[in-house]
Design a binder for this molecule. Structure first.
Ligand code: ATP
Length: 373
């Protein structure tokens, strides 16, 4: 199984889903603003963003439950903007799973097929096939309340997939599961999706879920898509302060560009005590105000001053949180800036830094991310 498979955007046959200049207004409020996006066949695409950013509205537009105020939706090259939900090759799995409480697992999964006039025998065969796929054989006769949260989630998935949609839309699919089960189910979901080759568009506000599931992520804010990229792109090369801050933990510094050459640049940051030296140029206007993002795991701590000349600061440990697999430190610098540093706990007998201890923090010139907005 490949988690985070790298997928092409479109390919020779064109994108499977094309969202073309879509805007959605409710009265004079714009919930989705000028979104254009291509999704390839077989992708797991995650729309990620905070509450109210417009991700569910965009999903509902794809399903046909909302009509865009402007723009078009194409699925498999066909303009479906005016096509009603039941005529689209699309199914949607809701956050609440919306299972019928009085029906058995088998009846829940068969429901859509029976509505479409599929015979009882043919429906039973498809239901069995689907329940085997989500590993729920033997549970056919149970009612939803006799299942665990994870099992209910798989029934909902089976019900959404039994009609063999080409595109499955999932709204916070793992939101009702506890953390352990969610982590396990994330991998199962990717495996199932790979086996079926169905294109998934998933809405989530959980960045870890998006990073685990997605081939690509679209980060949304205030109705707009700020960045689209693979999980690695989004984490390592965020295109804005907002994206850097939204995904993972980060140290953010306001600074001013003082040197900008093709092979390096230097950014003066008040409160840090030293310039940040970066191993590439940024081609910005001289003296431009920029932000620098530095991930906590990219910073090293040492009791002795490291040998490197650039990107070294001194401070004192002002907080320690032992997280098991890693330890998170806060380091207070002389200028008053606080650095977050994460150190993996490779060895149970790693040297332990103490509260208030004086330490040196340093990072490589390739680690800072410079963003201009
Ligand atoms: P959450 O994660 O909280 O579900 P979301 O990103 O999915 O948030 P949406 O449900 O898409 O957000 O809503 C985006 C914005 O549009 C919100 O401010 C919401 O209040 C507004 N909105 C959504 N549906 C309607 C509606 N039918 N009428 C008026 N406003 C709406």
């Amino acid at each position: 199984m490949t988690v985070n498979p790298v997928q092409s955007n479109g390919g020779a046959s064109g994108p499977y889903v094309r969202i073309d200049g879509v805007t959605k207004r409710f009265g004079d409020f714009e919930a989705v603003s000028h979104v254009s996006l291509d999704i390839a066949q077989g992708e797991i695409f995650c729309l990620l963003g905070g509450s109210g950013c417009g991700k569910t509205t965009l999903l509902r537009i794809l399903a046909g439950f909302e009509t865009p105020s402007a723009g078009s939706i194409f699925i498999d090259g066909v303009d479906v903007t005016a096509v009603p939900p039941y005529e689209r090759p699309v199914n949607m799995m809701f956050q609440s799973y919306a299972l019928f409480p009085h029906m058995t697992v088998a009846q829940n999964v068969a429901f859509g097929l029976r509505q479409d006039g599929v015979s009882k025998a043919a429906a039973a065969e498809r239901v069995n096939e689907m329940l085997a796929m989500v590993q729920l054989e033997g549970y056919e006769g149970r009612k939803p309340h006799q299942l665990s949260g994870g099992q209910r989630q798989r029934v909902a998935l089976a019900r959404a997939l039994v009609k063999r949609p080409k595109l499955l839309l999932l709204d916070e699919p793992l939101g009702a599961l506890d953390k352990k089960l969610r982590e396990r189910t994330q991998f199962e979901l990717v495996k199932l999706q790979e086996r079926l080759g169905v294109t998934f568009v998933i809405v989530t506000h959980d960045q870890e879920e998006a990073m685990t599931l997605a081939s690509r992520i679209g980060v949304m804010r205030s109705g707009e898509i700020l960045q689209v990229g693979s999980p690695t792109d989004i984490y390592e090369f965020p295109n804005s302060r907002y994206v850097a801050d939204f995904i993972g933990s980060v140290n953010l510094f306001d600074g001013q560009l003082v040197v900008d050459e093709p092979d390096h640049c230097r950014i003066a940051c008040a409160g840090l005590g030293v310039d940040i030296f970066v191993d590439h140029g940024v081609s910005a206007a001289p003296g431009a105000k920029v932000s620098v993002a530095l991930r906590p795991e990219k910073i090293r701590l040492a009791r002795e001053r490291p040998e490197q000349r650039e990107n070294v600061v001194m401070g004192s440990v002002s907080g320690i949180a032992y997280l098991g697999d890693s330890t998170r430190f806060l380091v207070l610098l002389e200028g008053g800036t606080q650095l977050q540093v994460t150190r993996p706990n490779f060895d149970r007998h790693d040297e332990h830094l103490e509260d208030n201890e004086v330490v040196w923090a340093c990072w490589d010139a390739g680690s800072p991310i410079v963003v201009s907005r």
